[in-house]
Design a protein around this ligand. Structure first.
Ligand SMILES: O=C[C@H](O)[C@H](O)[C@H](O)COP(=O)(O)O
Length: 229
């Protein structure tokens, strides 16, 4: 299903484009397919959203550039952890949310690829990642908890750890707090409240950003075009 979604996104790619390359297992399919196309003569440049993606794209033979080497990203393609009916997303399960959001926000078109299991009626069952600065992270985490509770959400948060028990550190050197909000009724309100806390670098709420979401299903693809708001 992930591969099908990635293959459909490939139909949006044209020669000469600069592409934002997302992170995660679904984006990896897109990078692999892009590599195949490059080997068959397609000429594109990629802006990777993580070190993992950079390594994968390099191995696939995709030419990479630094974000500051371009002023235009024609199309960014990335996965998601949850997608609601409006095309709003939770991202950051792999910890790449900050770079992903920077690239998606700059791109002329931001297209999300996902398997159908990522569809939800309301965001929040997937713990919301919030990237925070390391300085005084305990104090920042306390304020994140307070912000959740103030919105009637459970203040159930956890600092993300790696499997070996060490704190998870993003490519940018920050920490990640995962918020088990369960049901986020007002994503924009929550996003604003979290971002107003000094120490919060970015949230995994990608709101009104996706131009379309391509879901890979058991027998094809479904495309969600977010309604105008
Ligand atoms: O930080 C990671 C990214 O936001 C991923 O795009 C997201 O977690 C979805 O990953 P996957 O395609 O592996 O489910």
């Amino acid at each position: 299903m992930k591969r099908r979604a990635a293959a459909e996104a490939m139909t949006l790619v044209a020669d000469g484009m600069t592409l934002g390359l997302g992170t995660g297992s679904t984006a990896a399919h897109f990078i692999d397919l892009l590599g195949e196309a490059v080997r068959n003569g397609l000429s594109v440049k990629g802006v990777p959203t993580s070190e993992d993606t950079s390594r994968r794209a390099e191995a696939a033979g995709v030419e990479l550039i630094e974000p500051d080497e371009t002023t235009v990203i024609d199309l960014a393609v990335d996965g998601a952890d949850e997608v609601d009916a409006r095309g709003d997303l939770i991202k950051g399960g792999g910890g790449a949310l900050l770079r992903e959001k920077i690239v998606a926000a700059v791109a002329k078109r931001f297209v999300v690829i996902a398997d159908a299991s990522k569809k939800v009626a309301e965001l929040g069952a997937f713990p919301l990642p919030v990237e925070i600065d390391r300085f005084a992270y305990g104090l920042t985490a306390r304020r994140i908890r307070e912000a959740l509770v103030a919105q009637g959400l459970p203040g159930d948060i956890a600092l993300r750890h790696r499997p070996d028990g060490a704190a998870f550190v993003t490519d940018g050197g920050n920490l990640v707090v995962d918020c088990r909000a369960r049901r986020i009724h007002e994503p924009a309100l929550l996003d604003g409240a979290l971002k107003s806390i000094p120490g919060v670098v970015e949230t995994g709420l990608f709101l009104r950003m996706a131009e379309r979401v391509i879901f890979g299903t058991a027998d094809g693809v479904e495309v969600l075009r977010p309604p105008a708001r």
